[in-house]
Write a protein that binds this ligand. Structure first.
Ligand SMILES: Cc1cc2nc3c(=O)[nH]c(=O)nc-3n(C[C@H](O)[C@H](O)[C@H](O)COP(=O)(O)OP(=O)(O)OC[C@H]3O[C@@H](n4cnc5c(N)ncnc54)[C@H](O)[C@@H]3O)c2cc1C
Ligand code: HEM
Length: 371
């Protein structure tokens, strides 16, 4: 372990157990010295009070190998423009962070620790700032909701269209979305459910998660005409057009969205690759897009859809978790895999694929939550 890294880890142990208080002090300090910064953060800061602090500490602790995180930090910097973060804010945040550490670490805090955090933070901030400065895209796109359809108790499918500039993305990617009218300054990621098209229409499939702030607004409140904000596309769960392997897609619930986009892209050029889609949900009501998938399968002979329900005894199809169902089919020796859904579903599917000895380099996945 390098000296810098040792100092960072050692000093963090002095405040680690008081993280909540450190976070409270950090934000209070930042907002007292720069009240206008409060406007950058969500209205309800109690929801994820320590989010920024936690993120910075994680980033700084990975300083051992900053080059490995170069692209991540550059894209994080690009992405911060959607929060309206300006270059001059970086020092304000750094100073508040150090004040909070000094206050809670007590006498054991040293000048060496101070310098270690400054060096590490500045290195990261430089990478973020250079990523932001090099980005030719706007910080976000305004998009208007065009259609909005409830498909089940808690799922909606809607389309929107970016207003000023086209938003270039690849099928399988996702964007951060803000609903300024109902949940200002809260951004969550959602996958596009179609490949880019000439109409510039982007489709999304969203499930409202309990009291979830953004998903509830997207499912229950927005209407055609409302404005959303979308940030730059991210994600690498995209098709390799050079691959000739057949394809297996495994989708749980609204995890279908990026898979549907990939199928949409395949409909434009594919003739030779067989595509199996395993589409799982709790009950048939939650298979909200099965009809559309079946229509596609009727039209494209290379496409097979296997629906599965985990909690619907009368369902005329496969029973069980979709991660188990995919294991009952096969063999899958020479296929490209795309897996998308809740963290739980993605983890279970990756386990099944590991048991089937599918090489991990053939699997692309996105988990809709902490994994
Ligand atoms: C790469 C990526 C792509 C995504 N694409 C999609 C998509 O296409 N469609 C889609 O519907 N979602 C998608 N998500 C999930 C989405 O980003 C949000 O996490 C989700 O909508 C919840 O946001 P929220 O603001 O409504 O909930 P929050 O306000 O963040 O959380 C509210 C409450 O719900 C609980 N909660 C959060 N997640 C879950 C969960 N999975 N199960 C049960 N309870 C939970 C939390 O503990 C919290 O108490 C994607 C996530 C990622 C990382
Ligand atoms: C080393 C510097 C920094 C790092 C590593 C960092 C990292 C992060 C990360 C990983 C997130 C979560 C992103 C997401 O969920 O989309 C985040 C959120 C955020 N960051 Fe930063 N950040 C840094 C500096 C800053 C600065 C200088 C500001 C300006 C005030 C800032 C403002 C925000 C805001 C407003 C959020 C959203 C918070 C929320 O939703 O509660 N960040 N940051």
């Amino acid at each position: 372990m390098g000296n810098l890294s040792r100092l960072l880890k050692e000093s963090w142990t002095l405040v680690e157990e008081q993280q909540d208080k450190v976070a409270g002090y950090f934000y209070a300090r930042m907002f007292l010295s720069n009240p206008h910064l409060r406007e950058l953060f969500p209205v309800h800061m109690d929801v994820q009070r320590a989010r920024l602090l936690g993120a910075i500490v994680t980033a700084v602790q990975t300083i051992d190998d900053p080059e490995r995180f170069d692209e991540y930090l550059r894209s994080l910097g690009r992405d911060h423009r959607k929060f309206r973060v300006e270059p001059e804010h970086y020092n304000v945040v750094r100073d508040a962070l150090l004040e909070a550490f000094r206050t809670f670490a007590g006498e054991q805090w040293s000048i060496e620790y101070d310098q270690a955090w400054i060096d590490a933070y500045d290195l990261i901030a430089r990478k973020m700032l250079s990523g932001a400065a090099d980005d030719p895209n706007p910080p976000f796109w305004h998009a208007q909701v065009i259609t909005h359809e409830r498909r089940s108790r808690d799922i909606a499918v809607f389309t929107c269209r970016p207003l000023q500039y086209p938003l270039d993305y690849r099928a399988g990617q996702y964007v951060s979305v803000e609903v300024p009218r109902y949940q200002p300054r809260l951004w969550r990621t959602y996958s596009m459910a179609n490949a880019p098209n000439e109409d510039n229409l982007m489709e999304f499939h969203v499930r409202a998660l309990g009291a979830g702030w953004v998903s509830s607004a997207l499912v229950r409140r927005i209407q055609p005409g409302d404005l959303l904000r979308l940030a730059a596309p991210m994600g690498s769960m995209t098709l390799d057009r050079k691959s000739t392997r057949d394809i297996v897609c495994v989708a749980g619930g609204t995890g279908l969205a990026p898979i549907k986009a990939i199928i949409d892209e395949l409909t434009r050029y594919n003739r030779t690759r067989w595509v199996h889609v395993f589409y799982g949900a709790r009950d048939r009501d939650d298979l909200y897009d099965l009809e559309a998938l079946n229509q596609l399968a009727a039209h494209y002979p290379w496409l097979t859809i296997v629906p599965a329900c985990s909690d619907d005894p009368g369902f005329p199809g496969e029973h069980g978790n979709v991660s188990e169902v995919v294991g009952r089919y096969g063999p899958w020796n020479d296929h490209d895999f795309f897996v998308s859904g809740s963290s739980q579903m993605v983890k279970a599917t990756l386990r099944t694929l590991a048991e089937l000895q599918v090489p991990s380099m053939r699997i692309k996945y996105d988990a809709f939550g902490d994994s």
